[in-house]
Design a protein around this ligand. Sequence first.
Ligand code: KPL
Length: 300
Amino acid sequence: MKITVLGCGALGQLWLSRLYQQGHDVQGWLRVPQPFCAVNVIEPEGASFNRNLPTNDPEHLAQSELLLVTLKAWQVSGAVSALLPKLNPRCAILLLHNGMGTQDELPPNGQPILQGTTTHAARHDGSTIVHVAGGTTHIGPTSPAAQHLSHLAEVLHQALPDVAWHNNIASANWRKLAVNCVINPLTALYDCRNGDLQRYPQQIEAICREVSSVMEMEGYHTSCEGLMQYVMEVIQSTADNVSSMLQDIRSQRHTEIDYITGYLLRRARSHGVTLPENARLFELIKRKENEYERIGAGLP
Ligand code: KPL
């Protein structure tokens, strides 16, 4: 299959390496074009993949059957919008990022669009990508044109298991949003690993209560207790992880808070509801982010 991977960060390189090894015709797509993408991945059991893969070939892009987008949520609309006119109308776009709401930012288009979340953990170690832990990728259609694409789950599963197909991906996305609304801001504020959050059950419950109330208003059956149990399971299974938001804050990068807690607050507002705990966490993360972004922009 001809596949373009947009975004060659840790997750992008992991997918490039696995899809290439399955015999797919892959290329990377970089914001700043370079002659090739040096893909260097170390797997959890020690095997390594080291190869220069092609990048930014417009002909390859025009023939691609899948555009796999592994960018951060805030990079998605700009990068994907620029590529839309160059894609084959049948090329599926799979958005794999934390948070929700990026699809609403894309211009109207008829591409089959899928959305997904993954629990694979990969991080940079210098110029190497360390695949820290395996996980599951949940994908599903978010546009009518993508409803018949369940075979893509099998193709992706062969390359990087596990991949699960969901006809109703929105409900899986909301559960992942709840996880990210808890783990990401709290680890960034307490500067701790995911597992250390077990010390804050009351705060976690307050966040989950607000998320479950919005989920109910959006038509997804859930309960605070059920959501909290799921979040606690993820906290335990990713106990040693440094969350992506804490990594962003430590490296003074823009975070995905606008698409995680920010998305939740926007949906709540549309139902005329305020969420005091999540609003407070949103403000605290924005304040942290603004501190270094103002300095970076040379503002006083
Ligand atoms: O998605 C994650 C992230 O760090 O962004 C979790 C699930 C919280 C794992 O660290």
